[in-house]
Design a binder for this molecule. Sequence first.
Ligand code: HEC
Length: 220
Amino acid sequence: MLIHREQFFSVVQRFGSALLTGAVTAGVLVSVVVGSSGVCHAQQTSTREQSTIIMPESERPKYTADGQLIPFSPEVFREWIWVGEPLTPNDLNDGEANFPEFHDVYINPTAWREWKKTGTFPDGTVLIKELTSVGSKKAPSGNGYFQGEFTGLEHAIKDTKRFPAEAKGWGYFSFGHKYPLKTQAAQNPFASCAACHVANAKDDMVFTQYYPVLTAGKGK
Ligand code: HEC
């Protein structure tokens, strides 16, 4: 039972201190102390819950028993927030770009809302890079690069408990650059993915400098 100090003092005022024997006073004081420590504990719990973002089931990564990541399905991530589309065409990269060629990048909606609010990526952020080839270089609108077929898929996942501090809590996974894609993948070693992101990405391992949607949406 919680008794607030104000209630305690109003009881004292209404009935007069003469009515309170030493024993009753001690009993009420004990319940005030227990009551206020209970309130305090409840406040700490709710603050902790607020700082940990709970991701909905559809945005949570799934791993196999041996820690391989199962990719999010296109039906799921193509409904997320699309943040940009860098392009590294083969014909500007000696015939074979490292990541050919269009890179469509998506972020999960809960992480996007947190980014807009605080300008940070919470644990549970998922960034998807879906690759497509250059199809045509001519369209009714002019000469250029136009998307062809889907070719590849990469995931970056922030989970500071699961992934090493060296990679700032991010894990990198590649499901291949050719269809059919892998149906599961082990985490890539630091040198093959994370090292370049650590060295060059603007915001917490993410290349926000190439995504105007993220730059414009960043919260303070
Ligand atoms: C040599 C540097 C380099 C390496 C190595 C590298 N990346 Fe990236 N990555 C980039 C750059 C630059 C971008 C943004 C522009 C772009 O897509 O070309 C990016 C973007 C991404 C994105 C989109 C979100 C973001 O962080 O901007 C994902 C996901 C991603 N990379 C995954 C991977 C994976 C998985 C590997 C390893 C297989 C990898 N990267 C290796 C440079 C690199």
